[in-house]
Design a binder for this molecule. Structure first.
Ligand code: NDP
Length: 329
C-alpha cells in the first residue's frame, strides 16, 4: 500500500468538481507496475470526461489520459520493465493520470529515450501521436498539398502545423486571436486566419485559387463543421477529431454528395494505437521528429496538481497555447 494524491470527479460538472483526494494505492497487480508521476499532460478530452460529454463508467472516477514518470514497483509477471525505468503513457489504461502515482498496465507503457525529458513526454505523447495519426495514417499528407487545420495554436495544433510543414505541406490554420496567429505562424502555419473575426471559407478559397483544400483537420466541431465542408475540393476529406466548441449537429448525409462526393471520418487515437506495435511506432515517430528538430514542443502552461480546476478553466476559456502540464510535486 502507498498513499497517493489523486484528482477525482465525484459529480459531473464544471472545473469546480475536480477534487483532490488522498487514497490508498494497493500494490500493483499481475501485469501492472506502480508508476510515480513526474509530469502529467492536460488534454481537452479531460474536460469532456469531467463534464460528462464523454461518459466514464462510474463516479467517483479519476481523470487524465497522459503522464510520464518512474517505475517504482513491479507487479507479478512483469519482466520487460525494471524499477527506475523512465516511461510514459497516453490514451490507455483508463482515466487517472491526475495523480502522484498509479498502478498501470506494463504493456501500455512507452519507454522514454534519453533525449526526451519527462515533461516533454507528458506534453507531447497524446497530442503528438494524435498529430501523427491524423497526417500520416488518417489522411497521408503529401508534399505540395495545402491543408486546413483548425485551432492551430492549441496543443495538437502547434504540433500538427510544424509536422505538416515538415512534410512539405502548406498549412492554413485558424486561431482566435492575433497573438495566437503569430504563434501559429512561428510553428509552421503559413496562413493563419483569425476565425473569430474573419469567415474562413472565403479566405481558404482565396488562398487556394478557388480550388479548396483536399483535407480539413477539425477539432473545434460545432462551430466549424459546416463551413469546413465548404473548404473542401470535390472528393476531399473532412477529418473531425474533437469538439472544443461542442458536438456538431446531426446532419443529412446527402450534403456530402451535394458538396462534391466528400469523405468524412471521425478518428480517435485509442483505435489507432490499440495494437502495441502501433503504439510504439506512433510514439517513435513523434520522438523522431522532435530529435530531428522538425517539431518543437511548447510547454506554455504549468500548474501544481492541486490547481487542476484552474487548468481546466484556462483550457476551456481558450486562454492556453501549446501544451499544458500538471506537476504532481
Ligand atoms: P487545445 O489546446 O487545442 O485547446 C482547444 C482549442 O480549441 C482552444 O485553444 C481554441 O483555440 C479552440 N476552440 C475553438 N472553439 C472553442 C470553444 N468554444 N471553447 C474552447 N476552445 C475552443 O486542446 P488539445 O490540444 O488538448 O486538443 C485539441 C482537440 O483535439 C480537442 O478537441 C480534443 O478533444 C481533440 N483531440 C482528439 C483526439 C482524438 O483521438 N480524436 C486526441 C487528442 C485530442 P482558438 O482559441 O484558437 O480557437
Amino acid at each position: 500500500m502507498t498513499q497517493v494524491r489523486a484528482v477525482r470527479v465525484h459529480t459531473l460538472g464544471g472545473p469546480e468538481v475536480l477534487q483532490v483526494d488522498q487514497l490508498e494505492l494497493p500494490d500493483p497487480g499481475p501485469g501492472q507496475v506502480r508508476l510515480r508521476h513526474t509530469a502529467v499532460g492536460i488534454n481537452f478530452i479531460d474536460t469532456y470526461h469531467r463534464s460528462g460529454l464523454y461518459p466514464l463508467p462510474a463516479l467517483p472516477h479519476g481523470i487524465g489520459q497522459e503522464a510520464a514518470g518512474v517505475v517504482e514497483a513491479l507487479g507479478p509477471s512483469v519482466t520487460e520493465l525494471a524499477v527506475g525505468d523512465r516511461v510514459a503513457y497516453a490514451a490507455a489504461g483508463g482515466a487517472g493520470a491526475y495523480a502522484t502515482a498509479r498502478n498501470f498496465p506494463a504493456e501500455r507503457l512507452i519507454p522514454l529515450p534519453e533525449g526526451i525529458s519527462d515533461e516533454v513526454a507528458a506534453a507531447v505523447l497524446l497530442k503528438g501521436m494524435t498529430a501523427e495519426m491524423l497526417i500520416r495514417r488518417v489522411y497521408p499528407v503529401q508534399a505540395g498539398m495545402t491543408v486546413l487545420l483548425h485551432a492551430a495554436a492549441g496543443g495538437v495544433g502547434l504540433l500538427a502545423a510544424q509536422w505538416l510543414a515538415h512534410l512539405g505541406a502548406t498549412v492554413i490554420g485558424t486561431v482566435s486571436s492575433d497573438a495566437k496567429a503569430e504563434l501559429a505562424r512561428a510553428h509552421g502555419c503559413h496562413h493563419p486566419i483569425v476565425y473569430t473575426r474573419e469567415p474562413f471559407v472565403p479566405r481558404v478559397r482565396e488562398l487556394t485559387g478557388g480550388k479548396g483544400v483536399p483535407v480539413v483537420f477539425d477539432s473545434v466541431g460545432k462551430t466549424t463543421f459546416m463551413d469546413s465542408l465548404d473548404c473542401l475540393t470535390p472528393r476531399g476529406m473532412y477529418v473531425g477529431f474533437g469538439n472544443a466548441s461542442g458536438k456538431p449537429e446531426p446532419f443529412d448525409m446527402g450534403l456530402l454528395a451535394q458538396k462534391g462526393s466528400l469523405y468524412l471520418t471521425r478518428p480517435t487515437l485509442f483505435t489507432y494505437v490499440q495494437a502495441r506495435e502501433e503504439l510504439l511506432a506512433s510514439a517513435a515517430a513523434v520522438f523522431d521528429v522532435i530529435a530531428r528538430g522538425a517539431v518543437k514542443v511548447e510547454i506554455n502552461q504549468r500548474w501544481p496538481l492541486e490547481q487542476a480546476a484552474d487548468a481546466h478553466r484556462a483550457l476551456e476559456a481558450r486562454a492556453t497555447t501549446g501544451a499544458s502540464l500538471l506537476i504532481p510535486g
